[in-house]
Design a protein around this ligand. Sequence first.
Ligand code: NCD
Length: 360
Amino acid sequence: MDSPKTLKMSWEEFHALPVEEKGKCFFHRGKLYHTIFAQQFDREQLEGLSELATRIRQIAKSRAGMDFLQGLLSHKRAMLYFQQPSTRTFLSFYAACQILGLKAAEVRNTQTSSEVKGETPEDSVRTFSSFFDVIIMRHPEAGFAEKIAWLLSNTERPVPVINAGSGKDQHPTQALLDVYTLIRSFEERDGIDGKTIVFCGDLKRGRTVRSLALLLTNFNDVRMYFVAPEELQIEADITEALERKGVKYDKVYSLSEVVAEADAIYMTRLQDEWDVAGESRKLDLGKYNFLPEYLQRMKPTSVIMHPLPRRNEIPVEVDKDPRAVYWRQVRNGMWVRVALLATTFRLDELIFQHYEYHNR
Ligand code: NCD
């Protein structure tokens, strides 16, 4: 597979480009190569990935279908480089690799790598590119995945980079699975267009909310409410992006106010690992928890989402309500990541053709 040749500029020049421009550099011959930012995706790609994920899960139901999928990337290897804690994202990428026959290796702790000998993370990742065909990475530094994508695009052996969470900034593949979950949830109700989406919790440091809000600008007439105390409210870079796209939004200071209007309520946990001295733990977050009594006030057709892990912002008793879709999100995440890997390796058309041929 060849790679983007458009990155022949210094890191400083590249990094300073507007995000939309940088996003374009991560495509090659019109096809997705690196997945780094939510801003790379348009509506057609989002709907295409969702459709592919659904086709793949249908194909995977039979042993013959699973054999077909597992043969697709049996000649390739993936590196999972996770420098922040992860359960779901790591395992769902791992399972997605298995579904495609892609052999996966992992580095999850720099204490066991040559980084303890003083090697830079940049050199470590460049080493991976000598052995592996795709790098899936989570890192505490916001621009690091972008830097690696730029770096590898300019080497003799470029490989695609997939951002599995970058600092407080972005988590594009979580946002892809969230959009897939919304598309499936609203299948019978004209899709995502015209829906009211409520985001609640730590919106300042919650990268999943930031990426999802950006992805949702691809749909028509989506209204957004951001529910958080002032200290944890959504940042101006996101609201400015919404304004540029004409998206209507409001900041709200109690979940109770918008529960009845919501088509989806996206809950998040306090991201206190970013605190300097435990400052956010002192906030009173009572108005930002989902209370079981809200179930009576919610529309019968709306959904409750959460990227997980959760703390106390959704009590476990809410799980049994059919509108609680966060466990479904986890499962959808695996299928969307299979679809993303398949698309990265240009296998999307082949999979659609296989499906058509066997379901005529
Ligand atoms: C999220 C993350 O890592 O940003 N988790 C996930 O990938 N599902 C959300 C979180 O940690 O709160």
